[in-house]
Each structure stands twice: as structure tokens, then as C-alpha cells.
Design a binder for this molecule. Structure first.
Ligand code: NAD
Length: 290
């Protein structure tokens, strides 16, 4: 299949390479020359603009920083330049309202579109093991699924347009809250004289168990290998967690959903990132509790 790929950053670079590995012809565009050079090394053809990349494309995949950029990329360049029959897939993490607006405009221009944000970081993007949560019609999902399968290990239909983004921010709000809870519990256990490994052995098989503890433990040397074992480098940057918590709070306000824990998590990550820790893994917030 001829696929246009827009946004070849930390995530998009590996995703585009996996589409090539799956046998697709990928024509890629990014504003950054180095990203374009890497894409060529990975077997992509490159274009000089979004409009040029999407000409003749049967599918368009985007992985961009935020909603404003996604909106202007689609309304300014993709719509009109991409052939009418092309299926459009935006994999960026953006706000629910913009995702729904872009999907509505796509429909107005005669395109089928899905929002398909991902769970999993750079390693999963490179390894083709992302989880995609997809919003869009049944027909758009059916067309998007095999393309997403080439970049991930799970592709789940979350419902109508925007529901992929809704699933993503609800999941990441829960992750932010559960990581903070896990950090608090370990920091307090230690102050009460408990050895962290002993607390892990108990809590990981008790009712406090959660993913933040048993797959991503914030204590070095405890649980499976995690960014804590690498001085909180790599993994999921605190700045990206803050981005997702802000999107979640915006959506909560629109939906009139009470999110007292989500608000607290956003405030704590705002302080952490504001203190210069935007690139630190999000589990590094435990340092502020010690
Ligand atoms: P990134 O900043 O590394 O990459 C974004 C790329 O988009 C850059 O290469 C940039 O040059 C390019 N770009 C910006 N504007 C453009 C335009 N108008 N046209 C073409 N290219 C343009 O970001 P990333 O880490 O790859 O994240 C991409 C998306 O994935 C974000 O929405 C992010 O929230 C989401 N995400 C990231 C992670 C992660 O761990 N990094 C995990 C899950 C989801």
C-alpha cells in the first residue's frame, strides 16, 4: 500500500520504519531534515511538503506534537491534496475536541478518518509493539486496522471519532495517579522502617498491586528493570505525562466530570516539570517525596 507518513520524531520515525518492514511504500514528511535523513535510511521515500507526501497516497498516517499542528496539517494540506479514497489515521495524542473537529472536517471533505493514539513509548514504537486505541466509524476502523497492526501488538476499537483520544487520556490520567500513589506508598514505607524490597514482596501480591508497581517500579533495584534502574532516564518523560494530564483536565471540564485526583496529579507534575524535570522519566517524581 502507498502510505504517506507525517511527523518522523521519536515515535513516528520507528513507526514509519515498521510500515516499510511490513512491505508498504512509505512517502514521509517532517519539518526536520535529520528526521527525513533517518527515514530515508529506514527505506522511506521523502517529500518536500505534506501536500507532496499525500499525493497518490492510499493512506495517510500522522504522528505530530499537538492538536493545533494536527488541525492545520489536515485542514491546510492533507484535505484536497490526498486522493478521495485515502483513509486518514492520526496517531498523535491530542485533545478530544480537536480530534472530533478534524474527523468532522475530514468527513465533510469526503474522507474516512480515525484517531488512533498509542500506549507505549519509543521502544514500543521502534519494536512495533504499540497499543492503538481507535475512534471512528466501523468502516474506517476496518480499513485502518491492518495498517495499525503493522506498527503494534494490539488495535482496539474504542467507538466513534474522538473516543480513541478519550481512552488514551483516561488511561494516562489513571497512570499518573497510580504512579503518584505507588511513589507515596514506597516513600512512606521506607520512612516507617520497611525495606523497599520487603514492601514490594508484600504489596505486589496484595490489594495495592498495580502496573506502576509491578511493571514500572519507581524504586531502583526493586521489581523488573525500569527507568528507576537507569537514574530515571529513558521511559516516559514527565513532560509528556504533564501534557496528557492537561489534556485530561481539559476534557474533564468539557464533560463536567469530577476529577479531584487527576487535578492533584496535574498540579504535582506541573511542579515537577517546572523544576526542570521535563525530560526525567515520570516515575522520578518519587524524588520529591523522599
Ligand atoms: P517528537 O517531538 O519527537 O516528534 C514530532 C515530530 O513532528 C518532529 O520530528 C517534528 O519536526 C514534526 N513536526 C512538527 N510539526 C510538523 C509539521 N507541521 N509537519 C511535519 N512534521 C512536523 O514527538 P514524539 O515523542 O514522536 O511524539 C509524537 C506524538 O506521540 C505526540 O502527540 C505525543 O504526545 C505522542 N506520544 C509520545 C510518546 C513518547 O513516549 N514519546 C508516547 C505516546 C504518545
Amino acid at each position: 500500500m502507498r502510505i504517506a507518513f507525517i511527523g518522523l520524531g521519536n515515535m513516528g520515525g520507528g513507526m514509519a520504519a515498521n510500515l516499510v518492514k511490513a512491505g508498504h511504500q512509505v512517502r514521509a514528511f517532517d519539518l526536520n531534515e535529520e528526521a527525513l535523513a533517518r527515514a530515508r535510511e529506514n527505506g522511506c521515500d521523502t517529500a518536500g511538503s505534506i501536500a507532496e507526501a499525500v499525493t497518490d497516497a492510499e493512506a495517510v498516517v500522522s504522528m505530530l506534537p499537538n492538536g493545533q499542528i494536527v488541525l492545520s496539517a489536515y485542514t491546510g494540506e492533507v484535505f484536497g491534496a490526498a486522493p478521495q479514497g485515502a483513509i486518514l489515521l492520526d496517531c498523535s495524542t491530542i485533545d478530544v475536541a480537536t480530534a472530533r473537529e478534524v474527523a468532522e472536517q475530514a468527513q465533510h471533505h469526503g474522507y474516512e478518518m480515525v484517531d488512533a493514539p498509542v500506549s507505549g513509548g519509543i521502544a514500543a514504537a521502534n519494536g512495533g509493539t504499540l497499543t492503538f486505541m481507535v475512534g471512528g466509524s466501523d468502516s474506517a476502523f476496518t480499513r485502518a486496522e491492518p495498517i495499525l497492526q503493522a506498527m503494534g501488538k494490539a488495535v482496539i476499537h474504542a467507538g466513534a471519532a474522538g473516543n480513541g483520544q478519550a481512552a488514551k487520556i483516561c488511561n494516562n490520567m489513571l497512570l499518573g495517579i497510580s504512579m503518584l500513589g505507588t511513589c507515596e506508598a514506597f516513600a512512606m514505607a521506607q520512612k516507617l522502617g520497611l525495606d523497599p524490597q520487603t514492601f514490594y514482596d508484600i504489596s505486589s501480591v496484595s490489594s495495592g498491586q498495580c502496573w506502576s508497581m509491578t511493571s514500572y517500579c519507581p524504586i531502583p533495584g526493586v521489581g523488573p528493570l525500569s527507568p528507576a534502574d537507569n537514574d530515571y532516564q529513558g521511559g516516559f518523560a514527565a513532560g509528556l505525562m504533564l501534557k496528557d494530564l492537561r489534556l485530561a483536565m481539559e476534557a474533564a471540564e468539557t464533560a463536567d466530570a469530577p476529577v479531584p485526583m487527576g487535578m492533584r496529579a496535574r498540579a504535582l507534575y506541573e511542579d515537577f516539570v517546572g523544576a526542570g524535570n521535563g525530560n526525567t522519566d515520570f516515575s522520578g517524581i518519587i524524588r520529591t517525596l523522599k
